[in-house]
Write a protein that binds this ligand. Sequence first.
Ligand SMILES: [Zn+2]
Length: 378
Amino acid sequence: MVLEGYLKFKRQKVTWCFGLDELKCCMIYGSVFLGHDTGPFHPENPQRLIKTIRLLEEKGAIRWTKVEEPVKASLDDLTLVHEEDYINHVEEAVAKGQKYLDPDTPISKDSFDVALFAAGAAILGCKKVLHEGFDACFVLQRPPGHHAGRRGRALGAPTQGFCIFNNVAIAAMYLLEKCNVGSTAIFDFDCHHGNGTQEIFYSDGRVLYISTHQDGRTAYPGTGFIDEVGDGDGEGFNINIPLPPFTGDDVYEEVLRSIVEKVLAESRPSVLLFSAGFDAHKDDPITSLNLSTKSFVEIAEMTKRLRQSGCTKGFIFILEGGYGVGLPEGVYSILATLMGSHSLVIDEKTFSTSAVKDRCVKVMNEVSEKVLRPYWGL
Ligand SMILES: [Zn+2]
């Protein structure tokens, strides 16, 4: 199938040309996700999804993608990851009309239900890929999840950072426990370290967790250092790549190719999940990395290479953060690339200063020395 046409994408012209390497994609989205009301001034608000859907409609991406309504997760699904006391605590806080789970994480009367739909959407994304012939699924849901640990706050973080249930962790456990998928990996490219996800799988060798994020000394939640490599059966399966503020596309591309893709190709997970956060974008209002949509295109290109090499059959992108223009533009960039737009031109590549580059090289060398060589032979 070849479809061509010009679409104006903000600053540039974009040519659509779908070809042989296109991935069959679907999306999970429903207006139910707008019901988690965080108040007028919170960065994690319903407008995030409204703007994303609007851009996807404008650019025609919705037309080429099957969009399905989410379903609720069951208590059984949640307890794959979370302790029952924590689930009850959230339900009671919402029922009592509490306004906040913690100072970062507002809740409203429908928040418990919406959080069940968010977790259920992540599971539905897995089912689409496993049973319905889709190569990839993008789950556009909120609230996000990767900061939520088994009992809420994780690894000593001060708050849950806008998260209620850990959607990506629930999806990974669902694949392992209910679908007999042998191994999964999670690539977390949100700007913040997924401390909840790390905590949940730290001793579990069935789930490889790789996170690129802004250095925890300069960003919430203050975790995600290189020597946190996992323990017990999980030793070597937790890979943190903390990047200094102002890291640009030039370095990020190198990190993707020389670390993330190599480890994923070596580990050959049956299904690859993404904690898909878009707050590492240069224009995000709450973070300090300097990526453009070019890096999100690179992530999608890497996904296609992994699929072509036969390493991994299914890919599920589960939305995390992203609080500025990088969210709609990033989601669109990934979907358009996966669906086979060969000449998609987005932003101009961003570059790191030489000081930032030097620090990034040190990070990559340290990851190589402490994790890649000893555990992966790379
Ligand atoms: Zn984030």
